[in-house]
Write a protein that binds this ligand. Structure first.
Ligand SMILES: [Zn+2]
Length: 314
């Protein structure tokens, strides 16, 4: 595998941004999931609530580093009026209530990554959800914005009663002591953080693979490529829903141009293949998707378009 893409990005600038909030919005934001603004819906018998961890700031150059430059610039200009220096993707956590269980997909950045993220616990509290009531956590993958919320500043678990479901390939990759050495220097913190958090919960980890059940009507889809063992979550009820993690990083770029690898896709060809398979599946079977970095709450339908696909919030 290669992190070649990432090495070509504005790495130092990205890390510098992680301590300052830039002003350019990615998309019109609907705000964090405060109180009555929190989005809830039913997927069959399963209650879905979307809890925000805040938002991130990343260079727009990271969105599609291998796309033809003129096409990318034309696309961004059509979307936002110009090509901004930075974009601000949101962070949408699915909280599922099924059969007396409370399941959270990913646990956010904690206070370790960017100052505008790490709001998950506050937003759980505002919504009257006790972290101790969450009995299962699914990690789509072990990047900072998805797992660095595992430990509180005092080293205790933020979600003390959870079993952690992790793709077996993902767990093996990030807990391998040699993984850090494969990373460019500026990204070694990604490997250190993933290893820290996965090992912190290793006694509670349930390794999973394609088709494994998390709870009644909730199961695992293998969608590798963004990271080696990235998984998505299938919620089987009503019209169905797939929680895509970062297999689709944007409701615009990933959907309309699935061939454009996201800069953080660690195995670009595999990520593109997984994304296309997922898009084709949901455009065919009518399942909705929930994208982690889509505009809140990030839920919608996908349909085939003349070029690529189209996302419609629903
Ligand atoms: Zn992410």
């Amino acid at each position: 595998m290669t992190y070649e893409n990432i090495t070509h990005l504005h790495r130092r600038r990205f890390l510098a941004l992680s301590v300052s909030a830039a002003a350019t919005p990615f998309m019109p934001r609907s705000g964090w999931a405060f109180g009555s603004e929190t989005h809830s819906t039913m997927v069959g018998d399963i209650e879905l609530t979307v809890i925000s961890d805040g938002h991130l700031t990343i260079p727009s150059a990271v969105l599609a580093p291998n796309a033809p430059k003129e096409e990318f610039e034309a696309f961004m200009t059509g979307l936002m009026g110009s090509v901004p220096e930075t974009v601000q993707p949101e962070t949408n956590h699915a909280l599922l209530r099924v059969g007396g269980e409370t399941i959270l997909i990913d646990n956010g950045s904690g206070k370790k990554f960017q100052p505008t993220a790490g709001k998950l616990l506050e937003n759980l509290s505002i919504n009257g959800i006790d972290p101790a009531s969450i009995n299962k956590v699914v990690f789509t993958h072990a990047h900072p914005d998805h797992v660095w919320g595992t430990l509180l500043e005092d080293g205790s678990l933020a979600l003390p009663n959870a079993t952690y479901y992790v793709g077996e390939t993902e767990f093996a990759f990030w807990t391998d002591p040699e993984t850090e050495g494969m990373m460019p220097d500026d990204f070694k913190p990604f490997a250190q953080g993933a290893r820290r958090d996965l090992l912190a919960v290793q006694d509670r980890v349930q390794l999973v693979k394609e088709g494994d059940g998390i709870a009644a009507g909730v199961s695992v889809l293998d969608t590798p490529g963004h990271t080696p063992g990235h998984i998505s979550v299938l919620v089987d009820g009503g019209d169905g829903l797939i929680i895509t993690g970062d297999a689709m990083a944007s409701e615009f770029l990933s959907v309309q141009h699935p061939d454009w690898a996201f800069g953080f896709d660690s195995i670009p060809d595999m990520a593109i293949a997984s994304r296309k398979a997922l898009l084709d599946r949901v455009a065919t079977d009518g399942h909705r998707v929930l994208g982690y970095h889509f505009a809140y709450p990030g839920i919608g339908n996908i349909e085939k378009a003349s070029e690529g696909y189209r996302f419609t919030a629903s």
